[in-house]
Design a protein around this ligand. Structure first.
Ligand SMILES: [Zn+2]
Length: 277
């Protein structure tokens, strides 16, 4: 059994065939956690989790959705709506028994909307993140962080480190980790878990493989970030949860251990991190 801890079956890319894609994943022994990015996708994540037995949801407000703009992601134009963080709305979703975490939330300094500066973006994202961390404590569900530093820097990772220390956050997941090795060490000591996706299979991702080699397997989770970041040999095509096995294969190769061991341990880690029975 494998667990794709971060997929977006709830996004419009799967509008026509989500059920088939989910069935295909089940047939291949893959269970999923569906992750929201704003109000509508968070609500849909919960609806999928209600519909399928071995499926769970994570709900939250992605930092890019604090601004109303369009940006490119993995070859697609994404529209985002300037959403205010509505504590009660998210709390209501978060209390659902199939909701296992708060995410994806965090800091994104890479994409700066027109009319904003790095400073204004930081300020706004930090303010909202403080409220989100409060929600996570309130409902006792762990945080799933999306962290993207500004070009050529690790700034957003340093900032998240300061916040988790200041707020005393003891358990959190760094989704699609792309920080430095030194920061990975510090995050490990702070109790972080790390999830890897198709990026780990990309030719130019030697640094990501180095991090995965360095991290103990008991802190690693698997994900796809579907519909984005399809692993080789599907790079550029729509990603889907069934492809999580390519991520597991690559980690087995990097760590020189059997695929089964990666599958078993990451599955156990995921269940423990998200408190899934
Ligand atoms: Zn995502």
């Amino acid at each position: 059994m494998l667990l794709d801890t971060h997929c977006h079956i709830n996004f419009k890319d799967f509008k026509e065939d989500a059920d088939e894609v989910i069935q295909k994943a089940y047939n291949e022994g893959v269970e999923c956690i569906v992750v929201g990015a704003e109000k509508d996708t968070s609500k849909r994540a919960v609806q999928y989790a209600e519909k399928y037995e071995r499926m769970w949801a994570v709900v939250g407000l992605h930092p890019v959705h604090l601004f109303g703009w369009e940006y490119e992601l993995d070859g697609q134009i994404i529209q985002s709506s300037a959403e205010e963080f509505d504590y009660d709305y998210y709390k209501n979703l978060a209390l659902h028994n199939k909701v296992v975490g708060i995410g994806e939330v965090g800091l994104d300094y890479f994409r700066i909307p027109d009319g904003e500066s790095l400073e204004s973006v930081k300020k706004r994202q930090m303010r909202v993140l403080e409220e989100i961390i409060e929600l996570s404590c309130d409902v006792k569900k762990p945080l799933v962080f999306h962290i993207r530093p500004s070009k050529g820097s690790f700034d957003a990772y340093s900032d998240i480190m300061s916040i988790v220390k200041e707020k005393g956050v003891e358990k959190f997941l760094l989704h699609s980790y792309l920080g430095s090795r030194e920061q990975a060490k510090e995050f490990l000591q702070a109790g972080a878990y790390f999830s890897f996706n198709g990026i780990i299979t990309f030719k130019n991702a030697e640094e990501v493989r180095d991090i995965a080699r360095y991290l103990p397997l008991d802190r690693i989770l698997l994900e796809t970030d579907s519909p984005y970041l399809s692993p080789d040999p599907f790079r550029g095509k729509r990603c889907e949860p069934a492809y999580v096995k390519y991520v597991a294969e690559k980690i087995a190769e990097i760590k020189n251990i059997p695929f089964e061991e990666v599958a078993q341990i990451t599955y156990k880690n995921s269940k423990m991190f998200f408190n899934i029975e």
